[in-house]
Design a protein around this ligand. Structure first.
Ligand code: GLP
Length: 260
């Protein structure tokens, strides 16, 4: 893992956006994996600015979401399709076309069938080139909650109580309004992305980040499977990095990689 520790989330997102801009300049038709949650919002804002300045476009690309709530009203602003549409779709955003934003079908009467179809759709485009990830405070990525399979495919997952509590802020702080399950790319699916960029900011993520980078690989902290991926960049602010032991080493390695 390449680990970048930045003074602020804004500087981390600027660096992350530049990596994406460079990647898509080299291969304009690349497939982008997109995350929801509050963490990538500054990154998406950077990409919109770059689009407005003519330095970036997703006009020739497809974007696949990591996950979608099951049973949420299709017009609910917190349905992940709607969140991603608002952030990314359109000439005034990143240039991504609506038809090229692909999200799991949370309305499907048979969620497992919808999950299977989603996994197939990813494979049919040849897989995801660059996957953006956040991380839950309990170590989940997408909605792969603690104790779930490290090799899973896209599936229907029950949300952990911690995740429901964490996400209540998007639902007027009303726990009863938070969906209790979701369709999520599995860890096996995510691990097939050719490159991964994980972002984590704030002290609420420091325990999950410590396990992600320095903990043993375990279903207890699902993100730890990323230790087995050959090309992962983790972008942190100081608060998210505050529980790490080997920060001097990570900083030295990062500086070396920036000179290469
Ligand atoms: C959500 C999403 C994840 C996200 C995580 C952290 O529930 N399913 O993809 O990474 O939880 O969210 P946030 O960035 O708001 O802290």
């Amino acid at each position: 893992m390449r680990i970048g520790i930045f003074p602020t989330s804004a500087t981390a997102c600027a660096a992350g956006a530049q990596m994406i801009i460079d990647r898509f300049a080299a291969s304009p038709g690349a497939v982008l994996g997109v995350a929801t949650g509050s963490t990538p919002l500054e990154l998406y804002a950077e990409l919109r600015t770059a689009k407005a300045q003519g330095r970036f476009t997703l006009a020739h690309s497809r974007a696949f979401a990591l996950d979608e709530y099951v049973g949420i009203a299709p017009d609910h602003p917190e349905a992940y399709r709607n969140v991603l549409r608002a952030e990314l779709v359109g000439e005034d955003k990143t240039g991504l076309a609506e038809k090229d934003l692909v999200t799991p079908d949370g309305q499907h009467p048979d969620p497992e069938a919808a999950a299977k179809a989603y996994d197939t759709a990813i494979r049919e485009v040849g897989g995801i080139d660059l996957q953006i990830l956040g991380i839950g405070s309990d170590g989940h990525i997408a909605f792969n909650e603690p104790g779930s399979s490290l090799v899973s495919r896209t599936h229907h997952e029950a949300l952990a109580a911690q995740t429901i509590t964490d996400n209540a802020r998007f639902f007027g702080n009303d726990l009863s309004q938070v969906p209790t399950s979701a369709l999520t790319q599995g860890l096996g699916t995510i691990m097939e992305a050719r490159e991964i960029m994980l972002l984590a900011f704030g002290s609420g993520k420091s325990a999950a980040v410590r396990e992600l980078i320095e903990g043993p690989i375990s279903q207890r902290w699902p993100a730890t499977i990323l230790q087995m991926h050959p090309l992962v960049t983790v972008l942190l602010d100081e608060a998210a990095a505050s529980d790490l032991e080997l920060t001097d080493l990570y900083r030295a390695r990062w500086n070396l990689s920036q000179r290469a």
